[in-house]
Write a protein that binds this ligand. Structure first.
Ligand code: BJW
Length: 259
């Protein structure tokens, strides 16, 4: 049953939690100017479906198109800065760990904005767009900050380079899944923030947290398939609501990019 004042209820739950697990999605980066996954197609890309481009089959069929799309998104992400939602999550981690608690940030985002905000214990479930890997050798590369000039890009070994992200039908990195399961089984508060909760396995994480006895909450302007399951549903933008939660959790460290 949703709480009448979900912001205060979430803040109260954070204050008393021993281990908070936060799952984030593209909505958390929306206020930084990066389009959400399902809103990503504008301009030249308007006629494409992101769900069709984010697949190994699309890359195999048209590596030039897929790598152009990812490189444009990579450059777009680098031009964005963490927003108050990212920064509030980093401060919450700092507060919780300072009092001997645990904070685990499971992110589906590939933009690295949580790292840039100063979050430390971040698990990248879907990889990152900032690292690319050779399809021939598996070797990873961090491309320079400028747009790529060759599509599809190639590694020095001559193999095609692809973004080090997880596409539909691919397994999540084993280490990320193991870290997520361990944290979910240990947590006493689970918050799902800025995700449509339609992509698995992340969309099922709430069930693991609930089985572990954790309280659960959601922050999103819209309701999602997990809304009926949560104890606290806060409707609104994470960049506005997370700073309010932080304010109600205790003294605030100075804001700014990084720590
Ligand atoms: C705001 C806001 C603001 C706006 N503040 N909020 C079980 C059942 C059914 C299917 C499956 C299943 N298990 C596996 C599958 C298949 C598949 C899947 O889930 N398909 C579904 C579509 C049905 N999953 C997989 O294939 C996964 N692999 C896997 O499970 O391997 C084993 C296996 C394979 C096959 C069969 C069975 C098992 C891999 C999933 C990889 C997802 N990869 C992507 C692309 C990454 C690279 C890239 O970015 O291009 O990850 S897809 C895309 O979706 C991306 C995102 O991380 C992910 C989630 O999206 P997200 O973050 O929720 O974004 P949006 O846009 O959907 O939502 C934004 C939300 O923000 C909205 O709710 C807004 O309201 C909100 N918002 N502004 C807060 N200011």
């Amino acid at each position: 049953m949703p709480d009448a004042d979900p912001i205060s209820a979430i803040a109260k739950a954070v204050r008393s939690a021993r281990h908070v697990v936060v799952l984030t999605g593209a909505g958390v980066s929306a206020e930084s100017g990066t389009p959400t996954f399902r809103d990503a197609m504008t301009g030249l890309w308007a006629s494409f479906n992101p769900q069709e481009l984010a697949t190994p089959e699309a890359f195999e069929k048209n590596p030039e198109l897929v790598t152009r799309w990812y490189d444009q998104r990579r450059i777009g992400c680098m031009a964005c800065a963490p927003n108050p939602g990212h920064l509030a999550l980093a401060r919450l981690e700092e507060q919780l760990t300072a009092r001997g608690g645990r904070f685990t940030l499971l992110t589906q985002n590939v933009d690295r904005l949580h790292h840039r905000a100063g979050s430390i214990n971040v698990v990248e479930l879907h990889g990152t767009i900032m690292v690319w890997r050779c399809t021939r050798t598996g070797r990873e590369f961090t491309p320079p900050a400028e747009p790529m000039t060759e599509f599809p890009p190639r590694s020095p070994a001559g193999g095609l380079l692809r973004p080090n992200v997880v596409w539909f039908g691919e397994m999540l990195p084993e280490s990320a899944l193991a870290a997520a399961f361990e944290a979910l089984q240990d947590c006493d508060l689970f918050l799902s923030i800025g995700t449509s909760s339609v992509v698995h396995p992340a969309a099922s994480f709430i069930h693991i947290a609930k089985s572990a006895g954790a309280a659960t909450g959601e922050i999103n302007p819209e309701s999602t398939p997990i809304t009926p399951l949560v104890d606290f549903a806060a409707r609104g933008k994470s960049g506005e609501l997370l700073p309010l939660i932080l304010d109600r959790c205790g003294p605030q460290a100075p804001a700014g990019e990084g720590r």
